[in-house]
Design a protein around this ligand. Structure first.
Ligand SMILES: N[C@@H](CCC(=O)N[C@@H](CS)C(=O)NCC(=O)O)C(=O)O
Length: 251
């Protein structure tokens, strides 16, 4: 009835995983190994021809794009509402989700692909890697993979991404200094989105995101990680990636 195709609880895959856990909705989990290119297999392309994850299959319906997918989950299933009632808070939630997806996540992702995804596959046979690129349907993903595999991100684009990440951390810290949650008073999809983007920031950006410099981000991340749904979601991690969330344990 409900199947989620996903990778680790992280970035886009983690968004519907955590939203489903918060709602208490059971689902069949179909794990795709992004580093083994499972998302470009002919079987998966029948589900999502873009070859990206996550994808949610609900009966006859196939839903892609993790952020609107979370809104679908919240509307379609019982469980606590993950969208604020007030128009102002709902606007703020969507404002932030757009900011996270279009600006912050893009920059963080480029850095992640350069320092983690690329090195994780680079030692494989170049012929095999070129063949894998040839099977990627979206041009933008082909470019990202090529740059990651062959270490082709330019110094200028990485520098700009680093600048945007630092800028975004400061914007978020300022926001959380005056708002309990992303939308305001209520925990929402905005927090789920932001957590998936930012849970590892204290590890990847230790000089920028830490208790002294960004106490509000740190407290917000810890509060989310303490939620049973977040614990249960990150317990589904299959690789070392999931371990990073443990940095949020209170000492
Ligand atoms: N905007 C899409 C992006 C999906 C996306 O690019 N997902 C990444 C994983 S976080 C992916 O599938 N990468 C695999 C690839 O590019 O081959 C969403 O939010 O679902």
């Amino acid at each position: 009835m409900l199947t989620l195709y996903h990778w680790e609880p992280n970035a886009n895959s983690g968004k519907p995983m955590l939203a489903l856990a918060e709602k208490g909705v059971p689902y069949e989990s179909h794990y795709l190994d992004l580093l083994r290119f499972d998302q470009h297999s002919p079987e998966y392309l029948k589900i999502n021809p873009d070859g990206t994850i996550p994808a949610l299959v609900h009966g006859e319906r196939v839903l892609t794009e993790s952020t609107p997918m979370m809104e679908y989950i919240d509307s379609e299933f019982d469980g606590p509402s993950l969208r604020p009632r007030s128009a102002l808070e709902r606007w703020r939630m969507r404002w932030w989700m757009r900011y996270f997806d279009d600006y912050f996540a893009r920059s963080l992702s480029m850095i992640g692909w350069s320092v983690f995804v690329g090195p994780a596959v680079r030692q494989r046979d170049p012929q095999e890697l070129r063949a894998a690129i040839g099977r990627i349907p979206l041009e933008s993903r082909r470019i990202a993979w090529r740059k990651a595999m062959f270490n082709e991100f330019s110094a200028a684009e990485l520098e700009e991404s680093r600048r945007r990440v630092v800028f975004s951390i400061d914007v978020l810290e300022k926001h959380l200094a005056t708002h309990r949650w992303i939308a305001g008073d209520s925990y929402s999809l905005g927090d789920i989105n932001g957590f998936n983007l930012g849970y590892a920031l204290p590890l990847s950006q230790p000089e920028r995101c830490n208790d002294a410099r960004t106490p509000h981000i740190m407290e917000w991340l810890r509060k989310i990680y303490e939620r049973p749904a977040a614990r249960a979601t990150w317990a589904k991690a299959r690789t070392q990636m999931g371990e990073r969330v443990k940095l949020l344990e209170r000492r």
